[in-house]
Design a protein around this ligand. Sequence first.
Ligand SMILES: *[C@@H]1O[C@H](CO)[C@@H](O)[C@H](O)[C@H]1NC(C)=O
Ligand SMILES: *[C@@H]1O[C@H](CO)[C@@H](O)[C@H](O)[C@H]1NC(C)=O
Ligand SMILES: *[C@@H]1O[C@H](CO)[C@@H](O)[C@H](O)[C@H]1NC(C)=O
Length: 321
Amino acid sequence: MQLDMYINLLLTITGLVQVVTASKPQWVKISGPDEVVAGVSALYECSAICSRTCYYTWNVKGQSFPGSKFTLTENGVDTFISLACTVTDEDHKHFVSEIRSVTVINPVSVKPSTNQSVLNQQPKVGRSFCLTCDAASPPVTITWLKDGEPLTLDSRMSLSTDNGTLFFSLLEESDSGQYQCKVLNGNVSVISKAYWIYLGYVIVSVTGPNRAEIGIQSEYTCDAQCRMDCTVQWALHAGFPRGRFIAEGPKILWTPSDIGQTQVFTCITLNPGAGNIGQVSKIVTVVEARPRPMPSNAVLAKPSIAVVSSATLLILVSTCV
Ligand SMILES: *[C@@H]1O[C@H](CO)[C@@H](O)[C@H](O)[C@H]1NC(C)=O
Ligand SMILES: *[C@@H]1O[C@H](CO)[C@@H](O)[C@H](O)[C@H]1NC(C)=O
Ligand SMILES: *[C@@H]1O[C@H](CO)[C@@H](O)[C@H](O)[C@H]1NC(C)=O
């Protein structure tokens, strides 16, 4: 309705002042949902007002599609999609682009099967393990991917008859990797969110003094060595340290302000899927500063402000993504 009104208005104007309207397309607009579900098609429409005819082109993931309408069917690999609509007028001299960012919700995931014993809920070398492909609607065909490639079953692996469960009779270090399932309903396929199996060595250590002196900066460093890529993150299980406190990447710098505090600095090692694969804690007690030789005019600072520079501090994670 509104669009018709604009067109009528524009036609009226164009009749009157031809020179002014030979300009770039106006009112370029993308209509369609902000969120789509992987495997479910969504329709987008681009509209604009041009002096005569509008020509529309969609640009999605580096590909061009002509026309004002575009049907988006996502497979779940990307979590965000950028849709660009470019409008040109009849003589292709002017163009205007509009971009819409769309969130993709993936309803399919790979998870440790819930019907296995509690001992087996987390993958361990030498144990059996089950993964389930969790899809909202029963898919017609399920296939499995490891590290993005079709999974090759060996003698220690088997699939349920519907392929919905992947069973490892005995896990080995070489089973480490990213597992996904691909479900196919008719001609629409969805690739699930990933689950990481992480086996093999993880060595985590925290260095730094067990006794932190009041008013003196102490430094703590977490060091992790892993078979695959891993990152470290700090967690504070005994509350926030008083004094000047900075946690950044693998380092903590702490100048305590209050005597008698006890802190627990926990370093958590994360796999690429953000699963906790190992952690170590250090208990630190605040003690009086030892007397130090100092120039006579020096004043021992006693800071009382807490400084947090890491936003990732208190995020606690689980292995099941
Ligand atoms: C768990 O359930 C799946 C089917 O839902 C089945 O294929 C699998 O064998 C079961 N695993 C165990 C350990 O019972
Ligand atoms: C099970 O997976 C195999 C490949 O691993 C595939 O060829 C077959 O079609 C799948 N069957 C079902 C019922 O999904
Ligand atoms: C899937 O098939 C239906 C008709 O069976 C068709 O309308 C639709 O466009 C197809 N979707 C894709 C993504 O190819």
